[in-house]
Design a binder for this molecule. Structure first.
Ligand code: CDM
Ligand code: ATP
Length: 322
């Protein structure tokens, strides 16, 4: 303790002045979508994979909840109470019956509305950061329950690594992985709305199978793909590339037909697997090693089929205090 600190303020003196959390993006290497449930959500069997594109969330003491954003695409991130990080701070405070007093700052590097769970990542990071800032010591089970209330992808942003998501995606089981994988991401101009993509998936199913064709009792229950889990366990990039799958891809392509050109450009450049990431419109390309990833990234940048190209390795850990 230095001379300016008072022994009359023991509680606040023991709390940090600032807490920073780093949190990764995700790609769904499998996204099996079952029928629409009565609550409007879809039953999923999805294999989440955390990749090394990071947002950083910093929390400092301040009256009320305020939010600032810097970094890539900061101008399209809402700074009002609809921001998922601000909602996470309020939800944590409400759970503990404490006042939500925090200034949150998001330094954004995850593409916005790109199907890479950027908002969910910020929510997970805000839960961890506020928990530490306010000295709440929230147990893991409660943090995951609060995360699930905020959104289906939020628990995985806390979890990281690779995990099977069931239910609406919030019920997680860790998946063993035998190595690192090299990814290239083609970021599109403009985002896609997640509910609109699920809605288009339903519309396409009803078009194919008639009225009610998208309902829970009509669509086979989604299940994890054994070949994909085996490819992850053995660290076999070629086998993983073959097994990649996303049931939302036809819907994303229907809403954004130009994505077919992006997928073709990456595949022609030597990617060993290609798919739309989550609800899109980001396209994800698996490559066999770092050299191939550099070559695919360069070809995609030249192709004129996307706004920006990013490279990342994974799996990486979930939201972490730094
Ligand atoms: C596409 C994915 O990113 C794949 O991981 C997720 O399923 C979406 O997760 P998210 O953005 O956290 O979604 P939420 O905030 O929970 O839900 C947004 C909307 O997406 C749709 N939604 C989401 C998850 C799910 N299992 N079924 C759905 O139909 C619903 O219309 C819902 O109102
Ligand atoms: N912290 C945040 N960062 C980015 N977008 C946010 C945030 N909070 C709320 N949003 C809103 O959420 C919308 C979706 O953004 P986000 O980046 O989470 O999409 P996404 O990656 O497609 O999500 P998911 O993969 O979980 O479906 C944005 O258009 C924005 O209006």
């Amino acid at each position: 303790m230095n001379a300016s600190e008072s022994v009359l303020e023991p509680a606040s003196a023991s709390l940090p002045d600032s807490v920073t959390v780093r949190v990764p993006a995700k790609v769904n290497v499998q996204l099996a979508v079952g029928g629409r449930r009565a609550d409007g959500f879809h039953a999923l069997a999805t294999v989440f994979f955390a990749v090394g594109l990071w947002d950083t969330v910093t929390a400092r003491p301040a009256p009320g909840v305020t939010l600032t954003v810097s970094g890539r695409d900061a101008d399209v991130v809402p700074t009002d109470e609809s921001n998922l990080a601000a909602r996470a701070a309020r939800a944590l405070a409400a759970h503990h019956g404490v006042e939500a007093n925090v200034a949150l700052h998001i330094d954004k590097d995850i593409p916005v509305a790109g199907g890479m769970a950027g908002g969910s990542a910020d929510a997970a990071a805000a839960l961890l950061a506020c928990d530490a800032l306010w000295g709440l010591g929230t147990d893991r089970e409660t943090l995951f329950a609060l995360a699930a209330d905020l959104g289906s992808d939020v628990p995985f942003s806390l979890h990281g690594g690779v995990a099977l998501g069931e239910g609406r995606g919030e019920r997680l089981t860790p998946v063993p992985v035998g190595g690192a994988f090299h990814w290239v991401f083609a970021v599109a101009d403009g985002g896609l709305s997640t509910p609109a993509v699920y809605g288009e998936c339903d519309r396409l199913r009803e078009q194919a199978d008639g009225p009610g064709g998208a309902d829970e009792n009509r669509v086979p229950a989604p299940a994890a793909d054994a070949a994909l889990l085996e490819a992850l366990a053995s660290g076999d990039a070629a086998a993983l590339g073959t097994a990649l799958g996303n049931d939302l891809q036809p819907a994303a392509l229907s809403l954004r037909p130009a994505l077919a050109e992006t997928l073709r450009a990456g595949t022609e450049a030597g990617a060993i697997g290609a798919l739309v990431s989550g609800s899109g419109p980001t396209c994800a390309f698996l490559t066999k090693d770092a050299a191939a990833s550099a070559a695919v990234a360069a070809a995609l940048a030249q192709s004129g089929t996307c706004r920006e190209v990013r490279r990342a390795e994974g799996p990486v850990p979930g939201a972490t205090l730094v």
